[in-house]
Design a protein around this ligand. Structure first.
Ligand code: AMP
Length: 401
């Protein structure tokens, strides 16, 4: 976007303002909005006017019992006063993103002014990737900037199709989007070796493409969290009542076989902290990960696993971390995940490049106050995973071509 002349231009910016709201509709985490501010301020400082559009939640899936949209819950108007304060100028909310109200407001928009359009997902055409809706949105502006990395893997009207209505010199990536793409590409295209990926979280099935792709690239693949038990079970271990996907045992075996044939060091936790119930104040024992007693569930990696994982992480030059090592939302089972966060930060301090992505690992580094101590914290969940899996994101493609 540095190559675009914004002076006197009306700029449609697709932002990701899908922020969590409290029951009284106060913003409880403004990170996504903050992440878009460099882009918004740059356009304003360079003489442009802003037409902001975003989705908020899933209003189509969460319609009221009478089939009506729950406007009170999903309106982006909840963000107007926060945005006015943050951008230091009045923000005009338009209660329909493509109707005549939007057309009139955009027609009389002056440089430095800001319009916030209503939730794009109030129209089913948004998620369907409706061309007509995209065309109407496009007609509001001279320039289109996409800064919503979190939805770049969706071919929606405002994230992808709209870009087709702008010429190459009138569309671009916002600074957040650019940083996300550059960091993901760094991991994909030029990782310094040794490269260690740490993949955790609940299910193998959610991350099988990522695991498979990583095996083509990494020197070490650390697998933790609930998904590790599918691998341990596939190897014949006793995993008690730990989380497992019985229909993915073959997949786990194939991935372990692939690791062997590629010479990748695949690390599973040798020990775990097991609990007698799924609760923070359950009774806890430290056991070998393949010998968990019946009725007990592995909810965190154990001290020996932490030691091995940490030493592998500390010797890495490139680190990708996606997904927690245990049920870190419960303080009793957060130790393993937090130890990993600390070692990723330490490796970064010693010169490694580290990318942390995926909501829960981001929450973990934030929880220990280390989000500034890693090289890059991605704002994208699904979008980042798809990029790392080697897919071309529709929202990225639409700007690039
Ligand atoms: P994901 O969204 O796939 O990254 O998974 C994150 C979720 O996995 C978190 O809510 C964790 O509590 C959960 N999780 C991690 N380890 C375990 C485990 N050992 N057993 C059950 N859930 C887990």
């Amino acid at each position: 976007m540095e190559n675009i002349d914004f002076n006197n231009k009306k700029v449609l910016v697709r932002v990701d303002f899908n922020v969590p709201l409290s029951s009284t509709f106060q913003i409880t985490d403004d990170n996504r909005i903050k992440a878009s501010l460099p882009t918004l301020n740059y356009i304003l400082e360079h003489g442009g006017a802003l037409i902001l559009c975003s989705h908020l939640g899933r209003p189509q899936q969460k319609k009221l019992e009478n089939g009506e949209l729950n406007v009170a819950k999903f309106t982006l108007n909840h963000l107007t006063s926060y945005l006015s304060a943050t951008l230091n100028r009045p923000v005009t909310f338009i209660s329909d993103c493509i109707g005549s109200e939007a057309v009139n407001a955009c027609n009389s928009l002056k440089p430095g002014q800001v319009i916030l359009l209503e939730n794009t997902r109030f129209y089913p055409g948004e998620e369907k990737g409706d061309k007509e809706m995209a065309g109407i949105l496009a007609s509001l502006a001279d320039v289109y900037i996409n800064d919503a990395f979190g939805t770049a893997h969706r071919a929606h009207a405002s994230t992808t199709l709209v870009a087709n209505f702008f010429t190459a010199d009138n569309k671009g990536f916002g600074f957040l989007m650019k940083a996300e793409i550059e960091n993901a590409r760094h991991i994909i295209e030029s990782p310094e070796k040794p490269f260690t990926a740490i993949i955790g979280g609940a299910k193998v099935s959610d991350k099988m493409l990522l695991l498979d792709k990583m095996l083509d690239q990494v020197d070490n693949l650390i697998i933790g969290g609930g998904m590790a038990f599918t691998f341990i079970k596939a190897k014949g271990g006793q995993i008690g009542n730990s989380l497992v996907e019985l229909d993915r045992l073959d997949l786990a075996l194939q991935l372990m076989e692939k690791a062997k044939s590629k010479g990748v060091n695949l690390l599973l936790p040798v020990d775990v902290i097991a609990a007698n119930t799924f609760s923070n104040d359950a009774e806890k024992i430290e056991v070998s990960s393949d010998n968990i007693p019946e009725g007990w569930l592995g909810l965190d990696i154990g001290p020996k696993a932490v030691e091995t994982f940490v030493s592998t992480i500390k010797s890495a030059k490139t680190i990708l971390w996606n997904g927690p090592m245990g049920v870190f939302e419960m303080p009793s089972f957060a130790k393993g995940t937090l130890a990993i966060a600390e070692s990723v930060a330490e490796a970064t301090q010693n010169g490694a490049y580290s990318l942390v992505g995926g909501g829960d690992s981001v929450a973990a580094v934030t929880q220990v106050g280390l989000s500034d101590a890693v090289s890059y914290v991605s704002t994208g969940g699904g979008a980042l995973l798809e990029m790392l899996e080697g897919k071309v994101l529709p929202g990225v493609k639409a700007i690039s071509e």
